[in-house]
Design a binder for this molecule. Structure first.
Ligand code: DOR
Ligand code: ZN
Ligand code: ZN
Length: 349
């Protein structure tokens, strides 16, 4: 390995939309995990807001079988919470990493609005296995309240506002069973970028103010447990059409953005590894990946470009940005899976 390369553990992204079933024109298991590997992630946790959503044993079994055949890296799944399928939850829990609960408006059919449904989810989901919540603004307080009432681990997804992170910090200071993630887009972009990017800068939660971004960075060494991409690919035609869906891809830009922050002294490399590898694995109880690591050129500056992406959607809100931190090699279970943009898939493909 050349001196200018740094070896890091395979990263784990706990928040990824792979779009299978029903959205394979946006992303599929092959292209989504190719994007993951190219971005240094050897484990991804897939979200259940697909069409149909992953709310039944049959739907879960089907995606697990398909991912086994088509995915380039390890894919684990969340179960989705849906009022019509609550009795499935204890069984779904056995083969998933957590329950995803959409408590606020987002893309797709999964939204839990009624308190009675929230209660039923917390009553049925086994204690100790995380409940990941899409919760914005004061809904974060609802998540913390439920975690407290049921002594249940709640993981707050994509925290983006100063008030939210302050509230989570206070909850953690009391020892409540809360963890949280932030996304690279909420760390590196503001509402000014949203105005510049138009629909390509639109997602839930929306980009925030500079004061919100500063608050997230102020909590990066303390309150924040994970950085997760919320990789949410939609085609350019969909994003530029009427009624554009919210969401941006992120798997291939997260590590370069964060390594650039390391180079600028905003974050240590140890902290980066904790946020992108150790904490995600611990929080979601992910299995070890033996003989798995990545090698990154942390020195040479380059420009992020849509032309080099592997995600099927083919665009990024960070295109044109100057960064350092390019993934050069990925070793996956002892096999050189990726080198300088070229994949050498394992035997099953
Ligand atoms: O912007 C978003 N897009 N936020 C979400 O919560 C869902 C996601 C998607 O699935 O596209
Ligand atoms: Zn969400
Ligand atoms: Zn999401």
């Amino acid at each position: 390995m050349p001196d200018t390369f740094t070896r890091l553990p395979g990263l784990a992204d706990v928040h990824v939309h792979l779009r299978v079933p029903g959205g394979a024109h946006k992303e599929d298991f092959f292209t989504g995990t190719a994007a993951a590997i190219a971005g240094g992630f050897t484990t991804v946790l897939a979200m259940p807001n697909t069409t149909p959503p992953i709310v039944t044993r049959e739907a879960l079994h089907a995606v697990q079988q398909q991912a086994k055949v088509e995915a380039l890296c390890d894919v684990h799944f969340y179960a989705g919470a849906s009022p019509g399928h609550l009795d499935e939850l204890p069984i779904l829990a056995q083969n998933t990493v957590g329950l995803k609960l959409y408590a606020d408006q987002t893309y797709g059919p999964l939204r839990v609005e009624k308190l009675s449904t929230l209660l039923a989810c917390f009553q049925r989901w086994p204690r100790g296995k995380p409940i990941a919540m899409h919760a914005e603004g004061r809904t974060v307080a609802v998540g913390i309240g439920l975690a407290t009432a049921f002594d249940q681990h709640v993981h707050i997804c994509h925290v983006s506002r100063k008030d939210e992170i302050s509230l989570i910090a206070a909850a953690k200071a009391r020892g409540l069973p809360i963890t949280c993630e932030v996304t690279p887009h909420h760390l590196f972009l503001t509402e000014a970028d949203a105005a510049r990017l138009g629909p390509l800068g639109d997602m839930h939660p929306r980009l925030a103010t500079q004061a919100d971004v500063d608050a997230l960075w102020a909590h990066i060494h303390t309150t924040i447990d994970c950085i997760a991409t919320d990789h949410a690919p939609h085609t350019l035609a969909e994003k530029n059409g009427s009624d554009a869906p919210p969401g941006v891809p992120g798997l291939e830009t997260a590590l370069p953005l964060l390594l650039t922050a390391v180079a600028e002294g905003r974050l240590s490399q140890e902290q980066l590894i904790a946020l992108l590898a150790y904490n995600p694995r611990r929080i979601f109880g992910l299995p070890e990946q033996p003989e798995t690591w990545i090698e990154v050129d942390t020195q040479t500056p380059y420009i992020l470009s849509n032309a080099e992406l592997h995600t099927k959607c083919g665009w990024s809100p960070f295109s044109g940005m100057k960064v350092r931190g390019k993934v050069r090699c990925v070793y996956f279970r002892g096999h050189l899976l990726f080198q300088d943009g070229i994949f050498h898939p394992m035997d099953h493909l």
